[in-house]
Design a protein around this ligand. Structure first.
Ligand code: GDP
Ligand code: IMO
Ligand code: MG
Length: 427
């Protein structure tokens, strides 16, 4: 059996979509286990270029079942739009399933995401405003509506009346916003229910059978470890468990041995939204990285904050997840730099800090301490073997491997499937 978790090692957008699309060729199942339409996973393959928000990045292989697990919050409208995009380009989605236990993002979640962010003013988190936080809050508050509820329209109406009565109080009395009409929300939900019915299933037995048959299974993470609800830079985090340990509960899979826990990390750092990022570059070097790499959010179009590689943060990610290996992406973005910096430790309050602090206030005071290495200054996007990389690029990879304390199994040198150097096959 091969169970492989693919997890973001930084603040998201590390290239998980590209790596899952590549690995899924040999998987019989890909399960998305966390997040919702806040995620944007880019895939470039023979079908075209796609920005996937909910559908697992293994959807392009007819033999690969794709499951949206119980830990995901699903926006029916985003899912339907995404399916339309896939159908238009001839992608077969008949092996896609959504867990009955996955919670739905409702119209009031999207409104509340915006209103709550506005109310926070300067303390706003910079969420994707896709309703993800309010939907997870309702799940925990036991006020959620789940995908499986769409199958029983009478029960759905009763549940919606009950929940919406409470949500309308919050909308009107706290935010001074207009209430939502039960009938309108219900009619819309019924339309979604009809269109999505074929996909919604009790997926947990299907997953369990695949495990029993020793099939290769990929667990596709969303976001990144530093955005995790428990281990990220709280409160500047997302609302779900995005780490490897969260994959079991989020997929609906009993704990099994994970054969690989693959961390995905970029050769530098980005973050979108608010919160500390010690290696952020507010200068022209940061802008240069953003322009070369086109670092703009897939979901929101916001410019991503860019900076040098942060080995303190990624070493911490390796510890939290137990990475057995790493896929290093976007190495080609650094091709043109004559000199590259790597943050090896922080300095705060006159002290050297080499462990990622749990206190966000402390992290805000941390200044990066850099090692500077010469850049290789030659193109890498066409290379497919480690030994063909320029020697300075090889030593950069080896340096990150050493600093993070984890073997680099895959090096990505471009957005396309084939622009990949595999130093150790993991599937
Ligand atoms: P995800 O959320 O982790 O799936 O990552 P995103 O799709 O949000 O952002 C990663 C971006 O990098 C996308 O535009 C990918 O097409 C692109 N990408 C992935 N790997 C590489 C790479 O090795 N080189 C370059 N130049 N782009 C890459
Ligand atoms: P992928 O899967 C990057 C960030 C938001 C914000 C914070 C909370 O593409 O890597 P939320 O909408 O989740 O309540 O926002 O989390 N965020 C992401 N940043 N990549 C993502 O997903 C993200 N999903 C959420 O920008 O800072
Ligand atoms: Mg993304």
């Amino acid at each position: 059996m091969s169970v492989i978790a693919v997890v973001g090692a930084q603040w998201g957008d590390e290239g998980k979509g590209k790596i899952v699309d590549m690995l899924a060729e040999k998987a019989s199942m890909v399960i998305r286990f966390s997040g919702g339409p806040n995620a944007g996973h880019t895939v470039h393959n023979p079908y075209g270029e796609f920005s996937l928000h909910l559908v697992p990045s293994g959807i392009f292989y007819p033999h690969t079942a794709c499951i949206i697990g119980s830990g995901v919050v699903v926006s029916p409208s985003v899912l339907l739009d995404e399916l339309e995009q896939l159908w238009k380009k001839g992608v077969n989605t008949s092996k896609l399933l959504v867990s009955t236990r996955a919670h739905l993002i409702m119209p009031y979640h999207i409104i509340l995401d915006r209103l709550e962010e506005q109310a926070k003013g300067a303390g706003a988190l910079g969420t994707t405003r896709s309703g993800v936080g309010p939907a997870y809050a309702d799940k925990v508050a036991r006020l959620g509506i789940r995908a499986g509820d769409l199958a029983d329209k009478e029960g759905l109406l009763r549940r919606l009346r009950f929940v919406l009565e409470q949500k309308n109080l919050i909308l009107t009395r706290i935010h001074g916003a207009p209430p939502l009409s039960v009938e309108e929300v219900y009619d819309q939900l019924c339309q979604y229910a009809d269109r999505l019915a074929a996909f919604i299933r009790e997926t947990e037995p299907i997953i369990s059978q695949a495990v029993e048959r020793n099939e290769p299974i990929l667990l596709e993470g969303a976001q990144g470890t530093l955005l995790d609800i428990d281990f990220g830079t709280y409160p500047y985090v997302t609302s779900s468990s995005v780490i490897a340990a969260g994959a079991f509960a989020g997929a609906g899979l009993h704990p099994v041995k994970m054969d690989h826990i693959l961390g995905i990390m970029k050769a530098y750092t980005t973050r979108v939204g608010a919160g500390p990022m010690p290696t952020e570059l507010g200068d022209e070097t940061g802008e240069r990285i953003r322009q070369i790499a086109q670092e703009y959010g897939v979901t929101t179009g916001r410019p991503r904050r860019c900076g040098w590689f942060d080995a303190v943060a990624t070493r911490y990610s390796a510890l939290i997840n137990g990475f057995s290996g790493v896929a290093l992406t976007r190495l080609d973005v650094l091709d043109a730099f004559d000199s590259i910096k790597v943050c090896t430790k922080y300095k705060a309050d006159g002290k050297i800090i080499d462990q990622f602090p749990s206190s966000t206030l402390q992290l805000e005071r941390c200044q990066p301490v850099y090692d500077e290495v010469p850049g290789w200054q030659s193109p890498t996007a066409h290379l497919r073997r480690f030994q063909d990389l320029p020697p300075l690029a090889q030593s950069y990879v080896r340096k990150l491997e050493h600093l993070v304390g984890c073997p680099i199994n895959i090096i990505s040198v471009g957005p396309h499937r084939e622009q990949t150097i595999v130093t150790k096959a993991i599937l």
